[in-house]
Ligand binder design. Structure first.
Ligand SMILES: [Zn+2]
Ligand SMILES: [Zn+2]
Length: 537
């Protein structure tokens, strides 16, 4: 174990079954030991949870003290309102989408209540045996697996059935994707992006407009800050000052900070502030029509269902705008002499936290070790994804683990995984960055009769068939293959120089076709033939 040669290139993986892997093509063998299917490594899971370019934030609302009355204190929500404002204690805000993502993770051998029948769950006993594949204390000698192997169960958990249920306005249930590691008790549940009150295209249009047309006394960033802060103030005045007067859009302050166009109108309509024409006099031209418009604040009396609904919506919008501003303030850009207002919301980037929880943090899995020539190499995208990996997390051990874990957990597709694995290893060699341990692994795997799709094509051709000839026919197929193989072998005896090698190739081709078709008849012919090179069938 300690030597530099031989075993030092061993890949940490457990739970493999040699008999099952050698009989990968036979579904009957897998019935005795069901496997969960394809999996993925933590860096790919991290990308699946949320766009890797976006940060997610935990949003903390600073509520006013219970003793202070709304009008005497700063404009801030009560403790209860602060709780209501955020969709769920485990929801995280994305400023790019102006939306939320629910992420729950933990370690449990008990599954959450499932919203549908889920087949091919990982072996429960195996998951129960280890709290986590990664981490201190759990495995006293060394990690038995290089990393987690995550399996996805799409839309398997109803968010209303969580231990802290997630409730929302719509009737249709929100379903979360469930991820389970097949080697340990770790789980993770993730929602789609739950859109904010202001859809992100409207949000972006407004921000972009303020950025590209700043008032003369503001920088672009200052213009954006001032506009959203004005929105925030309007909401705060409605929520905590009971401001009910309508807002004339023509006022210089309103025009200066927000302006008036379809996007602004759209945002106020979404917030329940319809634009109403104040004057009854009909006006001939557009500019005077604008002059008469006023925004009518909504009824937010919690005693009425409608008021309660709008109040909740305004609270949500308030927390979203606050969080967005808190994040935006930290971003690059010159504020000029603009001094931003106090925001009662704190946004903390949680990306590193959840990445660590699922095993994808850079201190757990290093990034950037893939040779440069293979970075952004589109032809390999499918290979990486099939193996459940991201190119940026390449190390030889992780790639070897990814391949072996797929074969372990999804044996029926072994040739697919071997094909993709060989593609990447070959490409590494092509750019002069060959990986000896991975080439050794390919060599060892070939001895276990692993083949690629190219090998299969060659084998079919070697026996004299076209891709589709006969081989698809259920009953005649075997006889045709055997006849072709016997005839080809017979011909080899006339070539004393290359006959022996040719027979070996024919035998290998027969084995590949037998495995592809899962055929005992072909398999036993191959079994008899491989024993002796000189048997003439
Ligand atoms: Zn695990
Ligand atoms: Zn697995």
């Amino acid at each position: 174990m300690w030597s530099e040669s031989g075993n030092s290139h061993k890949i940490a993986i457990d739970g493999r079954d040699d008999f099952q892997e050698l009989n990968w093509y036979n579904p009957a063998v897998h019935e005795a030991k069901p496997r969960p299917g394809p999996g993925m490594l933590p860096p790919l899971l991290a990308d699946e949870i949320h766009d890797p370019e976006h940060a997610l934030y935990s949003v903390n609302v600073m509520a006013r003290l219970p003793s202070t009355t709304p009008d005497s204190a700063q404009l801030a929500p009560s403790q209860e309102e602060a709780r209501m404002a955020i969709p769920h204690a485990r929801s995280y805000y994305c400023a790019e989408y102006n939306g939320w993502v629910l992420i729950l993770w933990g370690s449990s051998s008990v599954l959450p209540p499932l919203a549908r029948t889920v087949e091919n769950l990982p072996d429960a006993a195996r998951r129960k045996g280890t709290t986590s594949c990664i981490g201190d204390g759990e495995q006293p000698f060394a990690q038995v697996n290089a990393t987690h192997h995550w399996h996805r169960y799409e839309r398997a958990v109803d968010s209303r059935n969580l231990s802290t249920p997630f409730r929302h306005e719509e009737e249709t249930p929100r379903l979360l994707d469930l991820y389970l590691c097949c080697q340990c008790s770790k789980y993770c549940m993730v929602s789609d992006v739950l859109p904010g009150v202001i859809p992100h295209n409207v949000h972006q249009a407004f921000t972009h407009d303020k950025w590209s047309h700043p008032p003369p006394d503001r920088t672009p960033k200052g213009s954006v800050m001032a506009a959203w802060e004005t929105m925030l103030t309007i909401l705060e005045n409605r929520l905590w000052k009971d401001e009910q007067r309508s807002l004339p859009v023509t006022r210089p302050r309103f025009q200066h900070k927000l302006g008036w166009n379809n996007t602004v109108r759209n945002i106020f309509e979404l917030l329940g502030f319809p634009a109403i024409k104040k004057s009854t006099a009909t006006t001939a031209n557009m500019s005077s029509a604008v002059e008469n418009l006023s925004l009518q604040p909504p009824n937010i009396d919690p005693a009425t269902p409608e008021g309660k609904h709008i109040r909740a919506k305004l609270l949500r919008a308030w927390v979203e705008i606050s969080a967005w501003l808190a994040i935006y303030r930290k971003s690059k850009g010159d504020l000029g002499n603009y001094s931003s207002q106090v925001i009662c919301v704190d946004a903390t980037d949680v990306r590193e936290m959840y990445q660590e929880e699922i095993g994808a943090h850079v201190k757990q899995i290093p990034r950037g070790l893939l040779p440069n020539d293979l970075v952004n190499l589109g032809v390999l995208d499918d290979a990486w994804r099939t193996l459940g990996m991201t190119p940026s997390s390449y190390t030889w051990e992780l790639l070897g683990f990814a391949y072996q874990a797929q074969c372990r957990c999804d044996p029926l597709r072994t040739p697919l995984y071997f094909t993709k694995f060989c593609q990447i290893v070959q490409m590494l060699a092509n750019v002069g960055k060959a990986s000896p341990p991975l080439q050794q692994l390919i060599h060892d795997e070939r001895k276990r009769h692993r083949y690629t799709f190219d090998d299969l094509r060659d084998s079919i051709a070697l026996l004299g068939f076209g891709q589709d000839d006969g081989l698809g026919v259920e009953f005649d197929g075997d006889r045709l293959v055997l006849d072709a193989w016997r005839n080809a072998r017979r011909r080899t005896w006339t070539d004393p120089e290359r006959g022996g090698e040719m027979r070996m190739r024919l035998n290998a081709a027969l084995k590949i076709i037998a495995d592809t078709r899962n055929r005992r008849t072909l398999e036993s012919a191959w079994d008899r033939a491989k024993g002796s090179m000189y048997v003439c069938l």
